[in-house]
Design a protein around this ligand. Structure first.
Ligand SMILES: Cc1cc2nc3c(=O)[nH]c(=O)nc-3n(C[C@H](O)[C@H](O)[C@H](O)COP(=O)(O)OP(=O)(O)OC[C@H]3O[C@@H](n4cnc5c(N)ncnc54)[C@H](O)[C@@H]3O)c2cc1C
Length: 523
């Protein structure tokens, strides 16, 4: 069994800045945003005695991993969310956050496999692969019906070498100006394998590969494949998302955190002593503010806080990009899908469908409904939908998703949807080529003001939920260090290629300059 906080001996710990066990005299901080980044920052601060107020616009915590309930036509009340999220074993800081309230991480269940099916029905699988790089990637490639030994031989080895020694933050110097598609063209990955091994990653960033920085793609490849020995499988929470964060909310309450949900922060003023934060009818005085909003929320808030920060920093925030809209379609079907269907299936070359999950395989709410009714609960995701704000495109996407479901799971052709929920959102960050240097980081030019979130720059090999958790923790550390208090350890996969022989190869033949691995402060 995998220990809750990882087994990889090469994982890197960035030791907590030292200091007093609690902040004295006591300070007040407002955290804006109750997603993973805000929860991580609030936890880090409150555990050192800071008086924290956390303000969240939505009526629930968790942000994009938050949930609410809906009523089905048969009278059941059940959980709804943006759905399937993979909690990888190398998400050390996210797991440490969850473990604050549930030390054994019993809320997570392993997903034994997540097959990838391409347009021709070829299936790649992650089941039973070795955990340790490079054997994991090699075994995956060799047994893959879309890749195989011949595919490996066609790869442009020299162009692919940056992938075997991804160094942070050097990778942004060498690859950020390039888009992921051009990089993949240069690497000459077989087309079908590209869909599966790489496009799945780029689409997980909600972006088409031509609009994604090749450096971000390389960081993902390192984080998920070659940089980690935690294995390629992941866990999922068995509790629906509307209850997932309750234990952490209780933990925060015991540390005196005041949580205000359903209230948006409308503006932040600087005062002689710190800040005044305007939310609803109240203006809260604070020594520090953590902006842990999503990218659209952060842009809006900074724009409506005219005195906050110098123009160059405000421009950086205003320049943050969001990915095209995505669609989540959840359906409660009147009959089960084939028992052999996995909890999660990723699809390549079947637009607009990116993945299908069968919720009753892992989510207790969905499983209860399915066992009462004999039905099943499926969820379809379509990322990066061009013109996804157009009503006609949305209607068309919905019908095409249904067609794709019937194609990949033919037994659903006879099924009737007892209920259906369709969500459209466009609040995920986009990392276009060349954007890294102008991306705002955790520290800001305003003393006492820090940023956190999955769109914020951090020079560590993290992404998505783990970037949110890591930046949240680092934002808390930054403030605590300023007050002379001890921070919290941050753990990541190694900040450079883990295999000495591959590193030597990359240094000798790789198409990029040699550099020093990220031994600098990550903020
Ligand atoms: C469909 C989907 C699938 C995904 N799958 C995965 C996956 O499998 N694995 C993975 O690692 N990641 C996945 N992600 C990404 C993951 O959800 C995010 O990386 C992560 O949740 C970001 O957390 P965050 O705290 O940075 O931002 P958010 O969760 O967006 O939190 C920001 C919060 O700020 C609040 N806010 C904004 N403005 C204000 C304001 N003015 N006042 C008060 N509050 C405000 C927002 O309401 C929001 O709750 C997925 C995302 C989606 C949408």
């Amino acid at each position: 069994m995998t220990p809750p906080l990882g087994r990889d001996r090469l994982r890197r710990t960035i030791a907590a800045p030292s200091g007093t066990p609690t902040v004295a005299p006591q300070r007040r901080a407002v955290v804006v945003g109750g997603g993973i980044a805000g929860l991580a920052a609030a936890t880090g601060l409150a555990e050192r005695g800071v008086a924290v107020e956390l303000v969240e616009r939505q009526p629930y915590l968790g942000g994009r991993v938050g949930g609410w309930t809906v009523s089905l036509p048969d009278g059941h009340r059940t959980g709804m969310s943006r759905g399937f999220h993979a909690f990888f074993r190398q998400y050390y800081n996210l797991r440490a956050l969850l473990a604050r309230a549930e030390p054994d991480l019993s809320v997570l269940r392993p997903v034994p496999d997540y097959p990838l099916v391409d347009a021709h029905g070829r299936v790649d699988s992650f089941r039973g692969l070795p955990r340790t790089p490079p054997w994991n990637a090699l075994a995956f490639a060799l047994r893959s019906p879309t890749f195989g030994a011949s595919g490996l031989l066609r790869v442009a080895a020299r162009e692919a070498l940056p992938l075997v020694d991804v160094r942070l933050p050097d990778v942004y110097t060498t690859l950020d100006d390039l888009d992921a598609r051009t990089f993949l063209d240069r690497v000459r990955f077989p087309d079908a394998a590209r869909h599966l091994a790489f496009d799945v990653f780029s689409r997980s960033f909600f972006a088409p590969s031509e609009r994604l920085s090749a450096a971000e793609l390389a960081v993902m490849f390192h984080l998920y494949f070659l940089g980690s020995a935690e294995g390629l499988v992941f866990d999922v929470p068995h509790r629906p998302f509307h209850t997932l964060w309750q234990p952490l909310a209780t933990h925060l309450a015991t540390h005196g955190v005041r949580v205000r949900t359903g209230v948006a922060v409308e503006g932040i003023e600087r005062t002689g002593e710190g800040f005044r934060v305007h939310a609803g009818d109240t203006a809260t005085a604070a020594d520090a503010v953590v902006l842990a909003a999503d990218v659209p929320g952060l842009r809006e808030l900074v724009a409506s806080s005219p005195g906050l920060g110098p123009p160059w920093w405000r421009d950086q925030v205003a320049g943050l990009a969001t990915a095209p809209p995505f669609c989540v379609l959840r359906a409660w079907l009147d009959r089960p899908v084939d028992p052999a269907r996995p909890a999660f299936l990723a699809t390549g070359g079947r637009p607009p469908l990116d993945n299908v999950s069968v919720l009753d395989r892992y989510d207790t709410d969905a499983a209860t409904w399915a066992s009462h009714t004999g039905g099943s609960v499926v969820e379809l995701h379509a990322y990066s939908v061009t013109d996804g704000n157009d009503a006609r495109v949305r209607r068309d996407t919905r019908s095409r998703l249904w067609r794709r479901l019937r194609e990949v799971y033919p037994e659903t052709r006879a099924a009737r949807a007892v209920s259906e929920e369709v969500l459209w959102r466009a609040d995920c960050p986009l990392f276009p080529p060349g954007s890294f240097t102008s991306r705002p980081g955790i520290s800001t030019p305003v003393p006492g003001l820090v940023l956190a979130g999955d769109g914020i720059r951090v020079d560590l090999p993290v992404a998505l939920m783990e970037r949110a958790a890591t930046t949240g923790r680092l934002a808390a550390n930054h403030l605590l260090a300023g007050w002379g208090a001890a921070g919290h350890d941050v753990v990541t996969v190694p900040t450079r290629g883990r295999n000495a022989a591959l590193r030597a190869l990359a240094a000798r033949f790789g198409a990029r300059p040699d550099g020093v691995a990220g031994e600098h402060a990550p903020v």
